[in-house]
Design a binder for this molecule. Structure first.
Ligand SMILES: *Cc1c(COP(=O)(O)O)cnc(C)c1O
Length: 369
């Protein structure tokens, strides 16, 4: 049998994820596999918890990576906190808000949604009005809506919930590592992310963090968490305490990768990393504008790491993306849902956010459009 791995050539990943993996992260993945209860490995686990707490700006003890991609983190947060008939409000302005609605509904929550136009942000005043009408156990929003390129006003929504018993859940899959997140200051109780967007790491892990209030809600459940694999009350016994108990075998080498990815951000400097995303975003907007390719989202709420652009009139969406990939080894993303066939999604996430990638894409688009 032919070894299919031999033919893999690097692709510049400029879509909505996965993004380019830093070479030192790939190297970290190939370190010798240790036992999942080896004291040396447990030291690495503890260091990862500290790195996550530092970068999320939180004191939450329950801050750990879940085995699985970003969606596993989403599932984990909902499944640990929701019981049948719990009133939940989901703010929806794209695909990932819709996915949260689906996950919460499957768990038997009483789900209300507030919907906002795709390509525009959640409006805080509208949320405030809704919260005056009804009280919720949990309010959820996507920080960086990868399907549209919009950054939602997380601090503003958090402000509305600060003195309430309502838990505030934030999807930070695409935002973490690309824009600042101040979990405690912004009143976020529950957060999940993923390794494959702005952390320059392959897909496979999902950092989650629960505030003391969220951890208390988990303790106060009347029923068992209905999913064994993602039950944090069991997983905690592996990630905390003097003696660690086996739950499931940790994806050891993926955790090396995450350690290295977070190490890189701390080494470069958190602020510098966010600036690099912003600078390359500006460079891309300018370059594309000169070619008549324009942004979907207003500058006031644009994401630096996910650039939604209108496909120019008369241009064949699929043909251009396929030529970019075949001829130039660059991947960009198609539009999803309402935006299918209308937009492209250009990612500048993590290691991808470099000027040489922006320049290469702009030059290549010129030849294939
Ligand atoms: C990518 C993404 C997810 C899902 O992550 P997977 O790694 O694909 O499971 C969830 N939310 C947002 C905002 C995302 O961009």
């Amino acid at each position: 049998m032919k070894n299919l791995l031999k033919d893999i050539a690097p692709v510049t990943l400029m879509g909505p994820g996965p993004s380019c993996v830093h070479p030192s992260v790939l190297e970290a993945l190939s370190k010798p596999t240790l036992g999942h209860l080896d004291p040396e490995f447990i030291r690495i686990m503890d260091a990862i918890k500290d790195q996550l707490k530092t970068l999320l700006h939180t004191d939450n003890e329950l801050t750990i990576p879940i085995s699985g991609t970003g969606s596993a983190g989403m599932e984990c947060c909902f499944v640990n906190l929701i019981e049948k008939d719990d009133p939940v409000l989901i703010l929806v302005n794209g695909v990932f808000g819709m996915r949260m609605q689906d996950v919460a509904t499957r768990l038997g929550a009483q789900v209300d949604t507030l919907e906002f136009d795709w390509g525009t942000p959640v409006i805080v005043d509208v949320v405030q009005k809704k919260l005056k009408e009804k009280s919720y156990k949990l309010v959820a929003v996507v920080h960086a809506e990868t399907s549209t390129g919009v950054q939602n006003p997380v601090p503003g929504i958090g402000n509305l919930l600060k003195d309430s018993d309502t838990l505030f859940l934030v999807d930070a899959v695409t935002s973490f590592g690309g824009v600042e997140i101040r979990m405690d200051e912004w009143g976020i109780d529950v957060l999940y992310s993923g390794t494959q967007k702005c952390l320059s790491c392959p897909p496979g892990l999902s950092p989650v963090s629960f505030s003391p209030a969220a951890a208390a809600a988990l303790q106060a459940r009347k029923t068992k968490v209905p999913n064994w694999y993602l039950d944090l009350s069991l997983i905690m016994n592996y990630w905390e305490g003097a003696t660690r108990a086996y739950h499931h075998t940790a994806p050891v080498n993926m955790l090396y990768g995450l350690f290295q990815a977070l190490f890189l951000i701390l080494e470069e400097g958190e602020t510098r990393v966010y600036e690099r995303h912003m600078e390359n975003h500006r460079r891309l907007v300018l370059a594309l504008d000169n070619q008549g390719i324009h942004m979907v989202v207003d500058a006031s709420c644009r994401l630096p790491m996910l650039n939604a652009v209108y496909i120019p009139d008369g241009v064949d969406d699929a043909a251009v993306r396929s030529r970019l990939l075949k001829t130039h080894k660059i991947e960009i993303g198609a539009g999803l849902g309402n935006f299918a066939g209308k937009i492209w999604r250009i990612g500048l996430m993590g290691h991808t956010a470099r000027s040489k990638n922006v320049d290469k894409l702009a030059a290549s688009l010129k030849t294939v459009c």
